[in-house]
Design a binder for this molecule. Structure first.
Ligand code: UDP
Ligand code: MG
Length: 341
């Protein structure tokens, strides 16, 4: 077999100042891995500055580089998807264009891949050059989504990660339209390992994500990876109906003992609250079905197989040998892997 292939994928939107500084760093990191057949894919996500020109200048000097230009700005999640779709074999490693995910760590990621890990992700220890508000909201976001989602989404982990060939092939099977990549990576699973790192400040330019965009991104993540919000109506409804019931019992007793001073008001309130609760429960029920429909529409594979270890040939034939010998035959069965390695 030829050398293992590794493709570095960088999605860039208006990064004309950062890319010329990033490329030499990637190049230096790849030089430390002479045994690898290294490639680099830059995706221009509809930049409006000189990013495309900068990318072409880089390609002119480095034949390992492939370029992809999207027709307009589609956002980082789709830009990454477009790039990953074009990586046909080998592993992929995703970096930000601004140098916040240090390319110097590539050899460490590759070492983990060689140890047999499929998803090696960088977990931020510290965020330099980012305000307290961004740090606090990011912190809260990872905790909330970690609670709400059944998919394991590691905290403080961005898109900086290496995917083994089979993890990449699996990810490509997820074709849903609203793509929250951190969740999709988590959904794939396999052997995952975190590499802690210090998040550096941007090399140049400004962050493309303001607070409003981040808020929408968080909503996207929560609604893509959890149907918990749909269930909210059920619980609020049940709570309201229960309170209304207790209140009704209370006013009946009160009216019996002391009379109904504001005629009709207590009973009316009880009826209104109770009906409101019932309506919310009904909405929650619709939400439950909608949630199931939503899961179906995403058309994710039902599961992914890590190892399928077939029984050894001839085990099914009538036992003519001793038990110990048969168990030995089992032990020598060759492990088969469903997904391409
Ligand atoms: N990016 C992109 N398309 C966009 C916005 C951002 O490809 O619409 C890229 C951007 O060029 C960078 C990465 O996504 O490589 C992360 O963006 P940024 O540094 O602005 O986000 P932050 O690090 O502040 O969260
Ligand atoms: Mg950044």
């Amino acid at each position: 077999m030829s050398a293992e292939r590794l493709t570095v994928l960088v999605a860039a939107y208006n990064e004309a100042d950062a890319l010329p500084r990033l490329h030499p760093r990637i190049d230096a990191a790849l030089r430390e891995l002479p045994g690898l057949d290294a490639r680099i894919v830059y995706v221009d996500d509809g930049s409006r500055d000189g990013t495309w020109q900068v990318m072409q200048d880089i390609t002119a000097r480095d034949p390992r580089v492939a370029l992809l230009k999207l027709s307009r700005n589609f956002g980082k999640e789709l830009a990454m998807t477009a790039g990953l779709d074009r990586i046909e074999d080998g592993a992929a490693i995703i970096l930000d264009a601004d140098g916040q995910d240090p390319p110097e760590l590539i050899p460490q990621f590759v070492a983990k891949w060689r140890e047999g890990y499929d998803d090696v992700h960088g977990t931020r220890l510290q965020r330099e050059g980012e305000g307290w508000l961004k740090r606090a909201t990011a912190h809260a976001f990872y905790r909330v989504i970690g609670r709400l989602s059944k998919t394991p989404i590691p905290a403080d982990t961005g898109d900086f990660r290496l995917l083994s060939p089979r993890a990449l092939a699996s990810l490509k099977q997820l074709r849903e339209r609203r793509r929250f990549m951190k969740g999709l990576f988590g959904w794939v699973g396999f052997n995952t390992v975190a590499i802690p790192y210090q998040r550096q400040a941007r090399m140049a330019g400004r962050s493309k994500f303001n607070l409003w965009k981040l808020w929408n991104f968080a909503l996207e993540g929560i609604t893509s990876f959890s149907t918990a919000p749909l269930r909210l109506a059920t619980y609020v409804g049940l709570f309201t109906a229960a309170i209304a019931f207790l209140y009704a019992v209370f006013i009946i007793i009160k009216a019996l003992c002391f009379g109904d001073r504001v005629a009709g008001y207590p009973s009316m309130m009880a009826v209104i609250l109770f009906l409101g609760g019932v309506q919310l429960v009904a909405l929650g029920l619709i939400g439950e079905y909608l949630g199931r429909l939503y899961e179906e529409v995403k058309q994710r594979p039902l599961y992914l197989v890590d190892v399928w270890q077939a029984a050894a040939e001839g085990v099914c034939s009538p036992p003519s040998t001793h038990v110990e010998e048969r168990s030995h035959a089992h032990g020598t069965a060759i492990a088969g892997s469903e997904a391409p390695r």
